[in-house]
Structure formats: structure tokens, C-alpha cells
Design a binder for this molecule. Structure first.
Ligand code: ZN
Length: 640
């Protein structure tokens, strides 16, 4: 159950206090936020427009100013202003919150530690730059832009660099589109670009390095990090320059040099070319992930403008999440050599937690002697498009990885394959795809499906639920109750506050998906009396179980009445408030009954187990008696 994806996502979210998020959403106007990207027209109490998330000719995209919520009746997209910036502008949760906060003059407070699981998440590798004051990031941003302008200007007169780019087939137009520049040879060229070369911001931005040697005045010497390199500015999704990649012109080393990690630039979460590729990704409906920035630029030149690259690091789950905000289809293209294979494997691992049933993840392996750029040059765009279409599905790649080099006709080989499959299967969400992949393993290894599930410690029941279309009565009755309880809680999070400790513990401890309940109740408690579906759904879709919750949201929004509540009813309207209270009371009662039923089922199960034993310890006998009593009580309460 997505356990392999680090809990960092929910930890990150929790670093921003829920009360601040609520305050923030009260202050911003979603109509303004959405209106910056979508032309909205007033229609009744709400605003309507053409949905930016799917192609349509007549508007089914609705924005409610009173509920501060958007919903598309065509494709089901929905969320708050935070969710909109994430989905549409491709920002991460903290980025979206930051942007909104800035727009209304608020500073985002950070809680020192996460809700649970410890770990804080502010450390290195957390994928999210720790809280840095706006003044600092603005100063660094300015520094980067100045450097970028300087490098671009230098390119104009750098015949050797122009020669190199021309040799790679790039036109001036493409070079300008990606803001390519040139860092001339020499140690302190940036002195001419900045009034104060000793400004520490230049060091912090990674442009200047402080030497251990001292100059004539006894000060530490400083020198430019990038010298005699073609410069590729790395932009964030807002288009700001946050780092540089520099490539040597000749055989020098290192071939590629990137900006170091700075408060602006985090390699584990940024993708080169995403800003430039955003529109093309939407149009082409897929993103192509390649190995280097030269590939990105060269592919854009050749007509594939939807390519991005990681920045000298392996692909991380944060990268994948960022891409999945732009499109449902991600194609990785790796060089055919051993290094390419290794990179592909790392990408596979990063993708597994995000492999939802409605997403496509494929891996394109080019012949060993080719990279995408050289392939397109030799065989043409059509041939490359064909390769993209025929790229290997995630399931097949995963199967190959697990089965390769194993003697499957020997028990040892099959056991080893199961051993290797275990972490991969566990990393996948509990969905139909996982069930399908488990069937493939079962077939290839010639072991029963249940055995694959048991040996890999993957919950076969969930997998089976996905496999068998019509629900069978026994276990699925429980699933039904659980699902409904979860749906009710997500739609009416305020009832969590009214729920007793015992009931909450029952939901977490007795259900098969306790972690889902825990996620919802933790958020709902933090949101308190004013907890609402709107913000809760944005928070949940940002956690480790996003794919599961997305299904729950769909179910909730399938009810017209729910959508009407979320979009139409004015919260100030007295009768609407009354109606809502009544609804919450009903749901709360239903939930209490469901919890009682779950506890009853658990009690029966334990009794069954005990009564199947031929001998009992005195403690077990006592438990048996007390359970019998409890069961009788609960049976009466349930009216069974
Ligand atoms: Zn839509």
C-alpha cells in the first residue's frame, strides 16, 4: 500500500499548520486565482468557463465564490485555490501555498516537526527546500536572472560556443527559447555582471566559489563556478531561473556541471525543461523524460517539445509526482547502455507508488549506440514517435527486472524471483494493476496467485477485490461498510471531532485500511470545527494514498446532491446550515452503527478463532466468556 513512498509527503504538508491553510483560503478569492488562467463568466451564483483540464467546447467548469471550490462536470477535476495551482500550474503543495500567501501578503509559518512518523522532513533530501524567507529567495532569484542575462549576452560573441550549438543542429530560435548562454573562460568574469562580486548572495546562489587561498588584501579568493561552458538555465514552473547546467565545448571534464543545491534549487525535485515543455505536454498528452538537458533542447528542435530531464540525479518519486500533475502518461527514454538500464531501474522504483490504474508509465530503450537526439537524426521523427508508442509498459519492465537471469526451472530461481518481486509489489498501490502484475508473476513462476500474495506479504484480498468484478458477499460486505465509512468521513470531516476516541481507534485498528482512516482523522482533527471536504481533499491527494482517495472523491462527487452542496449552497444561508447539521447527524449515526458492526465482526472473528482451539489457557477461557457477553450486547444493539 504505497508504503515504499516515503511518508515525507504527509510530513511536508503537516509542516504548514492546518489553521494557516484555512485562514489563507479565507483570504484569497478562488475566482481571481482561477481567473488568471481561465476566462470565467458569471452564471448564477457561480462562475463558469472552459475546463483547463480537458478539451471542451461548451463550459462545464464551475467555480464557486462562496464555497471557494472549483468543479468540472466534464472530467471531475475539483479542488480549492491551492489544488488549482497544483493541478494547473504544476506547483507542489508548499509552492502553491507560498504563492497564494504572497499574493495576500501572508508569510507561511512552519511547524518545527511533523505530525507523526518523526523525521521532520526539513533535512537534506526531503525534496523540499526548508523554509527560507521570501527576501532571501527573491534576492537569489534576482542574482540568477542577472547571471542568466549576462551569459546570454556573452553567447552572442562566443564563436566557439555558437559553432558547437550549430554542430548540434540548434537554431538561434531554440537557443533563445531555452535561454542558452555562455560562460566565458576566465576566473572572475561575473565581476562585470555584478556591482559587488563579493556579495555573499553570489556564493549562496552557487555562481561563485570561495577559495581557501587568500588574495593580497588577506581576503579569501573567489572565482566563478562556470567557466568556458555552454549554459543551460534551469527554470522552475513559474519560469524563474533557479540554477544552471553548464556543458563543456570540448573533451573537458566534467562534461556537465550543475549548480549546487541552494535555497532555490533542489535537484531531487526539479526537472530541466518542464517550464518550457508544459504546453506541449498538455497538447501531446504525454511527457518524455530523457537523460540530459542537451537531449531536451535537441528534441525540442526536432519537434518533440514535450521532453524534460532530471538534473544529474536519479529520478525520484517527487519528480514523478511533479510530472503526474501535468499528464497521466509518462514515457522514460534511456540510452541503451548499462548506465541507461540502471537509470531506468531507479525510475521504475520512483514510479511504483504512483502507478495508478488510470496512468500510463512506459520505458523506451533505444539501441545501445543511440540517445534520443541521435536516434531522431538517423531515423527521423516518425520512427521515434513509433518507438514512443511501442515503449515497454511498466508491468513488463518490472517483470523483466524480476525474472531476468533467474533459473526459473529451478525452485531456487523461482524463490529468488519472488524474493526480488516482494519490495516492488509492496511499493505498488493496491489497485487493479498490482493484481494484474501479480497474476503475471503467478503464471510465469507457476505458483498460485494466493501464494504470490502471501509470500510477498501483499494483501491478496484487496488484489482479489480488484480482480473479481462483482462483489462476493462474505468479505466484501466489510469492504462495503469500510468504504462507505471512509466516504462519509471525507465528505463530512467535521463529524470526526464528535467521534469518540474509542470509535476512532476502532476505525484505525479494525479496518483493513486503517492507515487511510488515520490519514483522514488526523487531518480532520487538525482542521477542527471548520473542517470541510474542499481543503481536506487537497490535503489527501497530496499524501501517500492519493490514488485511493482520488477514487473516493469520484464516488463522492458522483452524487449530484454532494456537488450541489459543495458548489451552490451559500454558507451564510440559515436553512443550508440547518440542513447540513441534519445531514451530519445522519451520517454520524450511520458511522457509529458501522463502527459497531466492525467491532462486532472483529469480536466474532476472535471468538471463532478461540473456539477452534482444542485447548485453552485460563486467560483464553476468561476472554472467551467476556467476548461472548460482548457479542451478545452488540448483537442486541445492532438489532441482529
Ligand atoms: Zn474538465
Amino acid at each position: 500500500m504505497g508504503r515504499a513512498s516515503p511518508g515525507c509527503q504527509s510530513a511536508l504538508v503537516s509542516m504548514i499548520p492546518h489553521s494557516f491553510l484555512q485562514d489563507l483560503l479565507n483570504r484569497v478569492d478562488i475566482v481571481d486565482v482561477v481567473g488568471r488562467y481561465v476566462q470565467l463568466k458569471k452564471g448564477g451564483a457561480n462562475f463558469m468557463g472552459l475546463c483547463p483540464f480537458h478539451n471542451e467546447k461548451s463550459p462545464s467548469f464551475t467555480v464557486s465564490p462562496t464555497k471557494q471550490f472549483y468543479h468540472c462536470f466534464g472530467c471531475g477535476a475539483h479542488g480549492t485555490a491551492i489544488g488549482f495551482l497544483m493541478e494547473h500550474a504544476g506547483l507542489t503543495f508548499p509552492e502553491a501555498v507560498n504563492e497564494l500567501a504572497q499574493s495576500v501578503g501572508l508569510t507561511v509559518p512552519q511547524e518545527p516537526s511533523s505530525m507523526r512518523g518523526g523525521g521532520g522532513g526539513t533535512g537534506a533530501g526531503g525534496g523540499f527546500a526548508p523554509a527560507v524567507s521570501k527576501a532571501v529567495t527573491t534576492a537569489l532569484s534576482d542574482v540568477m536572472q542577472t547571471a542568466c542575462d549576462y551569459y546570454r549576452k556573452q553567447l552572442r560573441s562566443a564563436t566557439n560556443a555558437i559553432q558547437y550549438l550549430k554542430k548540434r543542429g540548434l537554431t538561434g530560435e531554440i537557443a533563445a527559447r531555452f535561454g542558452l548562454g555562455y560562460a566565458p573562460d576566465g576566473w572572475q568574469n561575473l565581476e562585470t555582471a555584478f556591482t559587488n562580486y563579493r556579495d555573499d548572495a553570489l556564493v549562496e546562489a552557487g555562481l561563485v566559489i570561495v577559495s581557501e587561498k587568500q588574495d593580497a588584501q588577506g581576503q579569501a579568493r573567489r572565482y566563478d563556478r562556470f567557466r568556458d561552458r555552454v549554459m543551460f538555465p534551469i527554470r522552475n514552473v513559474k519560469g524563474q531561473v533557479i540554477g544552471f547546467g553548464g556543458r563543456v565545448l570540448d573533451g573537458g571534464e566534467p562534461k556537465y556541471l550543475n549548480s549546487p543545491e541552494t535555497p532555490l534549487f533542489n535537484k531531487g525535485s526539479e526537472l530541466y525543461g518542464l517550464f518550457e515543455a508544459r504546453l506541449a505536454i498538455r497538447e501531446q498528452r504525454y511527457v518524455l523524460v530523457v537523460e540530459g538537458y542537451m537531449d531536451v533542447v535537441a528534441l525540442a528542435q526536432l519537434g518533440f517539445q514535450n521532453a524534460v530531464a532530471t538534473l544529474g540525479t536519479a529520478c525520484t518519486p517527487i519528480h514523478v509526482q511533479k510530472l503526474m500533475r501535468q499528464t497521466d502518461t509518462v514515457i522514460f527514454s534511456f540510452d541503451g547502455d548499462a548506465a541507461g538500464r540502471r537509470a531506468a531501474r531507479r525510475a521504475l522504483d520512483a514510479c511504483l507508488p504512483h502507478a495508478a490504474d488510470n496512468r500510463t508509465i512506459r520505458f523506451l530503450f533505444l539501441p545501445p549506440e543511440h540517445d534520443p537526439d541521435s536516434y531522431v537524426r538517423e531515423f527521423g521523427t516518425e520512427a521515434f514517435s513509433e518507438q514512443v508508442e511501442r515503449a515497454m509498459p511498466l508491468s513488463q519492465f518490472m517483470l523483466n527486472e524480476v525474472l531476468a537471469d533467474k533459473e526459473l526451472d529451478q525452485p531456487e530461481g523461482r524463490a529468488r524471483a519472488l524474493f526480488d518481486a516482494k519490495p516492488l509489489l509492496q511499493a505498488l498501490p493496491a489497485n487493479a494493476l498490482r493484481a494484474q502484475i501479480m497474476h503475471m508473476f503467478a503464471d510465469r513462476l507457476d505458483v498460485p496467485f494466493e501464494e504470490v500474495a502471501a509470500l510477498c506479504e501483499v494483501d491478496a484480498r484487496i488484489a482479489q477485490a480488484a480482480r473479481r468484478a462483482p462483489a462476493r458477499k462474505d468479505r466484501h460486505l466489510v469492504t462495503g461498510i469500510e468504504r462507505k465509512a471512509l466516504r462519509n468521513l471525507v465528505m463530512h470531516p467535521r463529524i470526526v471531532v464528535q467521534l469518540g476516541e474509542e470509535a476512532e481507534q476502532a476505525l484505525i485498528g479494525l479496518t483493513r485500511h486503517g492507515e487511510l482512516f488515520e490519514e483522514v482523522t488526523t487531518h480532520a482533527r487538525a482542521l477542527g470545527e471548520s473542517a470541510e471536504f474542499q481543503l481536506l481533499s487537497d490535503l489527501l491527494r497530496n499524501g501517500a494514498n492519493a490514488a485511493t482517495f482520488e477514487e473516493i472523491f469520484r464516488e463522492i462527487l458522483d452524487y449530484d446532491e454532494n456537488v450541489r452542496d459543495l458548489l451552490m449552497k451559500n454558507p451564510e444561508d440559515g436553512s443550508a446550515v440547518e440542513e447540513r447539521r441534519e445531514q451530519e447527524r445522519l451520517v454520524s449515526e450511520e458511522l457509529t452503527a458501522a463502527i459497531l458492526k466492525m467491532r462486532y465482526d472483529a469480536c466474532c472473528e476472535r471468538l471463532d478463532a478461540l473456539s477452534r482451539q482444542s485447548r485453552h489457557t485460563p486467560e483464553e477461557l476468561a476472554e472467551l466468556m467476556s467476548l461472548n457477553q460482548t457479542r451478545a450486547d452488540m448483537k442486541r444493539q445492532l438489532g441482529l
